[in-house]
Unconditional design. Sequence first.
Length: 159
Amino acid sequence: MSYENVKQYFVNAGLECQVKKLDRSSATVELAAEAIGCRPGQIAKTMSFLLEDKPVLIVTAGDARVDNAKYKAAFHQKARMIPRDAVEEYVGHAPGGVCPFAVRPGVAAYLDISLKRFETVYPAAGDGSSAVELSLDELETHSAALGWVDVCRDWEQHP
């Protein structure tokens, strides 16, 4: 149902042609990059955390990793990922398809600056074999992001 919700969201936004149903898994950065034909960094992976017991999504470049010290500096608490078996309950999408679109009410989203080096990125579209092709402006608008953060490492050396 998550894919259908995301697809409908983009139909309503007039961007349905940018939603891609893939013929193979896109559940990991590597699989998604291969299926789409882009660089791994362009995969906009969405990570789910608990911030003061409320779900928060951080969308990062596919080649970036969350840096615990930067996360704590930005959010004033230690990074606590939502347990895999609880992600769908908190967010509305299962692991492998988590994205910042058509999420449950009260789910906050932030975008990591690791994405800013790309013109086009590909977040998931609600399941493990889908993606949405978006410009950074479109991602910012349609994710309803509360802002940009700097919580990742290991991406600066990757063009």
